[in-house]
Design a binder for this molecule. Sequence first.
Ligand code: GCW
Length: 841
Amino acid sequence: MAFVLLFVYAFVGATHTKAEEGAAAWLRYAPLDVEAARHYESLPAATGLLGDGLVLKTAQTELVRGLKSMLGRTLRIGSGIPTEEAVLIGTLAQLRDVAPDLKPQQELRGDGFWLTSAQVHGHRCIVILGANDRGALYGVFTFLSRIARHLSVSGLNEVQQPSAPVRWANQWDNLDGTIERGYAGRSIFFENGSVRTDLTRVSDYGRLLASVGINGCTVNNVNADLRVLDVDFIPQLARIAQAFRPWGVQLGVSVDVSTPKTLGGLDSFDPLDVRVAEWWQKKFDELYRAIPDFGGVVVKADSEGRLGPSFYGRTPADAANVIARSLRPHNGIVFYRAFVYNHHLDWTNLKNDRAKAAYDIFHPLDGKFDDNVIVQIKYGPIDFQVREPASPLFGGLQKTNSAIELQITQEYTGQQRHTCFLVPTWKQVLDFDMRVDGRSTPVEEIVAGNSFHRPIGGYVGVVNVGLDHNWLGNHLALANLYGFGRLVWNPNLTPESIIEEWTRMTFDNDPLVVRTISEIQLASWRTYESYTGVLGLQTLTNILGSHYGPGPESQEKNGWGQWIRADSQGVGMDRSIATGTGFVGQYSNDVQNIYEPLASTPDALVLFFHHVPYTYKLHSGKTVIQTIYDSHYDGVESTNRFVAEWKSLHGLIDGARYQDVLAQLTYQSGHAVVWRDAINDWFHRISGIADVKGRVGNHPDRIEAESMLLEGYTPMDVNPWEGASGGKAIQCTDTKQPCTVIIRFAGSSGWYALDIQYFDQNNGVSKYQVFVGNQLVDEWIADLHLPATEPNGDSSTRRHISGMALRPGDEIRIEGIPDAGEFAPLDYVEIHKMELISPAR
Ligand code: GCW
């Protein structure tokens, strides 16, 4: 019976009819087909454990689980000296007792591991050895990953070492269960001010993190709630630590520097006040009694309205050190964020520059931070934009530990509704050579501690997984979490190899699947950039609100300092030393030589560093303005290709995930048009320069809703205007009855596709119905929960209806049924002639 069941399961897995929700992510351990499984026939039937640590036990359980799922074999579990052929798991120190002569060619450090085959006490064994227990767990995950990717595991002799000791995740979860900049549901940690009762997802998350070598996680928002250190809360945190512990993931929390006063009842939080120091010491002694392996804290201070040491005229070093000294006896660390800047900058002063803030504040403090402090630096000088140069602060701290902060949650890169695989951009930043003192000092070597001989340092990724089944709300977005772990483990890996690994494990080993998904992912960041922020303009989103849809105007004329300085003549921030803000001067001479002269600045960052006329010719030979126009059109084309490429995978991956991703990519291709038109229209208006290809502002297939025959609908101005075609939409504010628009089709007979641009707000679920004559041809509801309560560039959404037979004179009628605050708004309809090649899926 068991055999039959197993067989059925394998069969079902192989034909991809099993519905998958994505919860298993890349740890699906899909059953291998008979052919692929044959390569593993000679695997031992047993596994032995050389030690008895908690994490080691996890490693063995994981090995058994993975092999059972992939090969349908349950290994016999044992421990101590092997008495039969076995997969041995342990640490190097433990192996020494059993097989003193067996040693890797290289020394094992940190969380490193060694996979090898050897005779141990006369038995042929596969040996998975860690420098510590965690390393052994990572070795098991690597071993299983090889099988999942159908790679050989015989004759292995492989040593892997992490590039840096610190590889942490940050979550921005609030204690009420919401997540700041989280796009995948509510918190897996908190609900209603407390830690959740059921922490199953936390332990599953720990497993995902461990599988890619992430060894620490702070769980609450850097905009920290003071209660996190409350005496009642600490035992709750201890439960989270317990869920992470088997996976070797250390718990951390974000703390607010004002806690000694606001929670502790002191009359001050001055870091130099001895009572404040004592308060922190007592607090952390208490915390470590509950969580002896607590990892450390992250601090956001003097930033975006939060209190900080400047309140007492003290420095970030003073604030970091007082906390660090109370953690030191327990081996804890402080991550002090360099994201400190004035968000009330005077925009009229052309010398002001937010990009300079981190270096200006932290560079003078180099050498003043204790050894268990890490300055945590966002990868670029602004804020997780689609493209930025590497922060000059990496080169500005030589006597201070540093870590690079990357963002997996796609705050400025499409919020997981747009596919944007970020490993290529991270890789560029990590590989960037800061050329400190004229020698090679790439960012990855600096944060690893190698360039300046620092004891600790590394990587932090802001993840923000939520309760959604697939963790990040979009199956393809999980590649960013996987990729973060893999890249920071080994920055020499290429985006191509990372995405290939991920695709094989997450979807399938079929070459077409691997090639297609890899291509989409590898093209996705440049595609997203091409319609949201080319030439170093940063993401031209609404920075005052959602950070999602287009909102170029919001960059300008306010205190936030994300200015692009666009006027009728030109665009870009002059950050040069000679005529600009002087930001370029924060880099080493060699890097200044790249960014100071306009002529040597790469096109991709030219407007980040220089203000140029729209007619300035780039290295590509094209003008700035035409590059802006063209790249937005290219970007949309590319998103259309993603949809077509994805469709080629029909039947090759499970139906549920196929449909989910198809819907997401289809939505993205519609929203890319919203972006394209908004940004192009905006630059067209401000520059007054026409698109040489005549596309911008000219849409022959488009019929504006406000120009249609309206029954009940009324026109409205959309704000900002570029969020709707022609700056206007229509709404059905009479909520008692549906409203209608009518189009009389004037083209020739044939097959057509209709693109209906409507607005999907989050304050109602409107319904739309489309009729040709009296025939209902399509209907849908607007419930995508986009981040907007108004019709605008955030909520603008496309409904694509293909394969419509139309004849001249046909009446196309759209009926909108409003709901609550959402008045079934519409922007326009496009009617495109189409070639019918195959039925639309
Ligand atoms: O980009 C900004 C985000 C804030 C965030 C802040 C930070 C947690 O918009 O939501 O706050 O960065 O990194 O501190």
